[in-house]
Design a protein around this ligand. Structure first.
Ligand code: ASP
Ligand code: MG
Length: 406
């Protein structure tokens, strides 16, 4: 029997009526002769509400207990969905993270999944039950409750799909699929029919919010076919899968924009071995994730280093750099939040030339200055002033003709 894993996000289970709607979808797939596993998030806004409660007590709540708290959101929705399905005459059974178990490391709030044993779930499936798994939750080796990070239910779903070798993992959300860019920025954004894991991974890491990055990594590693689609209609959605020959026709498939990064510039540092190592080791030790890095060629034995980090870590990043300043004698250490990173992504870039030039000229024509550039085989990113972010997205979307279906 084919096995389908379906994941429903917070808005899809936002109230009882919507939960009933989810139950009907699950039931109709079951009736078509599929084994069904369903992964759900907490009701929309619930995780935020719980975090805010804890933060009213203290700005830095105990991390273990915060996970105990926020994991409750998903425990509510799995139970409500199971109760709904049972009342419709189906046999359903819920699994909290620790009951699967979704085994993770002990990084509270950002745990990584190690193992998802399939035996218990397979027994229930064999008995015809619909399995409902709480997203977002895991359990570490010492039986502490952990959570996977915001948006982590996508990862739960893909991990469960991988463990059970599901035929399909459907991620239901409040949008119709993956778009060429954020439809809020331009009405010309178009839904993509089929996209490669690699492209989706770049999009997720570059700020497209539709899928959580670790979920895509998991899907790619275990080759889980993913479909992203709306829980409010029957439109087809976007298939995320392995690269195929029909995917390479365009050079650029999507434009993304991330305004949640900040830039730190350390100017006038001594140009000597060990400086970069000192700075970036200190940041890594404090778990500050560095994205783009630029170092200028040196003049009179001095150089400038700029890099970007998540905006939320700017204070921490500056503090770290100032704390080790004595090792590299900087003239100045500056932070700037007023930046945006716009990127173009596409597997086809590997076989087209002039893609970067086309991007830079389009920005130049609008008088947008590029402060940093980074490239990979399938993406080009530029850091610009934040106020130009949406304009840049629109012109790049036009220049690469992403509104035209291929
Ligand atoms: N409820 C969690 C969150 O809001 C996990 C998820 O929705 O995927 O981040
Ligand atoms: Mg910003």
């Amino acid at each position: 029997m084919p096995l389908i894993v379906q994941k429903f996000g917070g808005t899809s289970v936002g109230d009882l009526e919507r939960i009933a709607n989810v139950a009907r979808r699950v039931a109709s797939r079951k009736e078509q002769g599929n084994d069904m596993v369903v992964v759900v998030s907490a009701m929309a806004g619930e995780t935020d509400r719980l975090i805010n409660l804890a933060k009213k007590i203290t700005p830095a709540p105990n991390e273990r207990e915060l996970d105990v708290l926020v994991s409750t959101g998903e425990q509510v929705t799995v139970a409500l969905l199971a109760i709904t399905l049972e009342s419709m005459g189906y046999r359903a059974v819920t699994y909290c993270g620790w009951q699967v178990p979704i085994v993770t490391d002990d990084a509270y709030g950002a745990a990584r999944i190690y193992d998802v044993p399939k035996e218990a779930m397979e027994r229930d499936l064999a008995e015809g039950r619909i399995i409902i798994v709480a997203g977002f939750q895991g359990v570490d080796g010492k039986r502490n409750i952990t959570t996977l990070g915001r948006g982590g239910s996508d990862t739960s779903a893909v991990a469960v799909a991988a463990a059970l070798k599901a035929d399909l993992c459907e991620i239901f959300t409040d949008v119709d699929g993956v778009y060429t860019t954020d439809p809020h920025i331009t009405g010309k954004a178009r839904k993509i029919g089929k996209i490669a894991y690699e492209e989706m991974l770049e999009m997720a890491s570059l700020g497209a919010k539709v899928l959580y990055i670790r979920a895509v990594e998991f899907a790619m590693r275990y080759k889980v076919p993913l479909v992203v689609r709306s829980s409010f209609n029957d439109h087809e959605g976007t298939l995320v899968t392995e690269e195929s020959s029909d995917m390479e026709k365009e050079s650029v498939r999507a434009v993304t924009c991330n305004t949640k990064e900040a830039k730190i510039t350390i100017s006038g540092v001594e140009d000597k071995p060990g400086v970069a190592s000192r700075i970036f080791s200190a940041l890594a030790d404090s778990h500050v994730v560095v994205d783009m890095i630029i170092q200028n060629s040196s003049a009179e034995g001095k150089t400038d280093i700029s890099f970007t980090i998540p905006e939320v870590d700017l204070g921490k990043g500056l503090e770290i750099c100032r704390g080790i300043e004595e090792y590299f004698q900087a003239e100045n250490i500056n932070g700037c939040e007023d930046i945006a990173k716009v990127s173009i992504i596409g597997l086809g870039m590997r076989s087209y030339s002039g893609v970067a030039a086309k991007m830079f000229s389009a920005l130049a024509r609008e008088g947008i200055n590029i402060e940093m550039i980074s490239t990979s085989e399938i993406k080009i990113s530029c850091v610009i002033r934040q106020k130009y972010a949406e304009l840049a997205v629109r012109i790049l979307h036009d220049v690469f003709e992403l509104d035209k279906a291929t």
